[in-house]
Design a protein around this ligand. Structure first.
Ligand code: ZN
Length: 441
């Protein structure tokens, strides 16, 4: 009897955990069941991936889909639609919405909502506050919860735990890895009066300087060691932190953003003005070089987009009244593929950063590698396809991207989530069928 599958991906170049191999992939009941299939194997559906790379479904572990919030900016359905059009099979969504996801009731609402409306699989962060510390141990074990998110420095929304006493209480509250926005709030507030409305946008990186980020990370590492609680430092933006974190592998993993790998100051502020303002700021070329060194020496565990859209109207306000945060969920994969084609990192390292990395950091079950028994999540990529990123392509209602005009080589042409194709050649297929991601807890 020839083998029979629900789905068979033929003739692709697969990025396996142990290397790149030309092999077929057989899927049954939403999971990978075979690497390699006999010529006479049959399937309900066959995808011919000749000329394409077959990657494990790519994960963006850092997005703000702003839902509940302003529907004219972003929602779960629009943001996850953007994700699959951009080549992602899963996203992990941040809790600083309006209202924030900080208690069991709001988490229950969001769990139910995303399973009705999400186009891709989705993980949920729960926000830590000074008030909900006693609940965190329970909340972090909720269905679909990838971890607790702490804003140790203020950004968009009202979540903030800035002092060592409360940070230590948070760390002693549970056991899973905590994700941190690391900027020192006291230094941010001290420096704020040095600037005024209408100052040039490049002042953003002077206000939120290197020491704001480095001091924040030094404080968090001291507390993480003291308590033994694992930490994930989001969007590391200084060479000082990247060097420092190498000595804290016992308690820390870290993320770098595609923005810090791609955009550079002062160009981003002079050219994009408010549309180049994010936290922590985009800095000079020496920081970008340090981020690439840390990608290539293995310091960095994950790459995220920090997709955090705002309306054009608000982004056009003078600095510092314009809110910080940029769209990115739809562009992270093309931009990273372009970096691969430019020789800045191997495709296998990109997959490590966007599949195995998030899986390892957050303890994801059944995703992050092409292997038997794992979810049948795939991103199909045409490494030769050339295309320009345009605002008109962006499906987030805010309708803009800081990467508009960028010429890209390497493009995602298909996304399959648990055996269902949800994107093919720039078209979204079927109905929203996203599920909550599972974790070892
Ligand atoms: Zn963020």
């Amino acid at each position: 009897m020839p083998a029979h599958f629900d789905l068979l991906i033929r003739h692709g170049t697969c990025v396996l955990p142990w290397g790149v191999e030309a092999t077929d992939v057989g899927v049954r009941n939403g999971r990978i069941v075979a690497l390699g299939a006999a010529p006479d194997a049959t399937a309900e559906r066959t995808i011919d991936a000749k000329g394409l790379h077959v990657l494990p479904g790519l994960i963006d572990p850092h997005v703000h889909l702003r839902d509940p919030g302003d529907k004219a900016v972003e929602t779960i359905p629009t943001g996850t639609r953007a994700a699959v059009l951009g080549g992602l099979a899963a996203v992990f969504d941040m809790p600083n919405t309006a209202p924030s996801i900080v208690d069991a009731e709001k988490l229950a609402w969001k769990q139910e909502y995303v399973e009705r409306e999400s186009w891709c699989d989705i993980g949920l962060y729960v926000g830590g506050t000074k008030a909900n510390i006693p609940e965190l141990a329970k909340l972090e074990l909720g269905r679909g919860v990838c971890g607790i998110k702490i804003f140790a420095g203020s950004s968009t929304g009202d979540l903030l735990v800035e002092d060592d006493e409360h940070l230590e209480m948070v760390m002693r509250s549970g056991r899973r890895r905590i994700a941190y926005h690391s900027e020192d709030e006291y230094r941010l507030q001290d420096r704020k009066p040095m600037y005024k409305s209408g100052d040039p946008h490049r002042r953003h990186m002077e206000w939120r300087d290197v020491e704001c980020a480095f001091l924040g990370t030094r404080r968090l590492m001291a507390l993480a060691r003291k308590t033994g609680r694992p930490a994930h430092i989001l969007h590391v933006s200084t060479s000082e932190e990247l060097d420092y974190l190498k000595d804290f592998r016992d308690v820390a993993t870290c993320e770098v953003l595609v923005n810090h790998l791609t955009q550079v100051a002062p160009d981003c502020y002079d050219r994009l003005e408010g549309f180049g303002v994010m936290n922590p700021p985009i800095r000079g070329p020496e920081v970008q070089e340090a981020c690439w060194r840390a990608i290539n020496d293995g310091t960095v565990d994950t790459v995220g987009s920090d997709h955090a859209p705002h309306s054009r109207e608000k982004k056009l306000l003078p600095w510092p009244d314009c809110p910080a945060g940029l769209t990115g969920v739809q562009t992270i994969v093309p931009v990273m593929l372009n970096h691969v084609n430019a020789g800045r990192l191997p495709l296998t390292r990109m997959v490590d950063l966007m599949c195995a990395g998030p899986a390892r950091v957050y303890g994801v079950v059944g995703k992050g590698r092409l292997a038997a028994g794992y979810d049948a999540d795939f991103t199909l990529v045409d490494m030769k396809k050339q295309r320009r990123i345009e605002d008109s392509w962006i499906v987030s209602p805010c309708g803009w991207t800081p990467f508009a005009g960028m010429e890209i080589t390497g493009w995602p042409v298909g996304v399959i989530v648990r055996g269902h194709q949800v994107m093919r050649d720039d078209e979204v297929l079927g109905a929203p069928g996203g599920r909550l991601v599972r974790y070892t807890g």
